[in-house]
Design a protein. Sequence first.
Length: 195
Amino acid sequence: MKKVFLTLLVATMGLVACENKATAPAEEAQAAATEVAGGDLAYVKVDYVLAESEIFKTEGMALQEKTQKAQNAWAQKEKNLQYAATQLQEKYQKGLITTANAQKEQADIEKKIVNFQNSAQKEAQALDEENLVFSNRSQDLIMRSIQAVNADKKYKMVVNATALLDAAEGLDISDAVLAKMNELYAAEKSAEAAK
């Protein structure tokens, strides 16, 4: 799960870096949706919509930063524990510490390692759960946005552009979905603030 999350984060960050499209206001995006040519079919660049959405820019980026800080802290703690074990080994080999004291210190280091592994595992599980909730919320917002954009049933099929090999740009309703997604997210935030 952690590797999948990291892969998704890297992919999403790449999209954020590569996609420098300006977000159209809601009215312009709705107008663009009505101008889509082709009748029954439309497509959405889901990765683009997610990367440019307000939920990702606020909550998604914060979650990425939190995950990165946790990973850095884990790496540093592991490095410190390895250094302590190496130092103990060197002291013992040089005869600077008794066997009894070396065994006691080794037991202390092993106890610290077990405690570190347990706390890191709990923290990783909590981060995985936060990521899953964020992912589910984002997907729900995208689906509700697509449904809202297609409320008049103008399109009989709306597909994810990820698997799309070739299509006319006029069939792209991504900007309209993005505008609606940001609108729905803002409404959710307002409702939460009102509580």
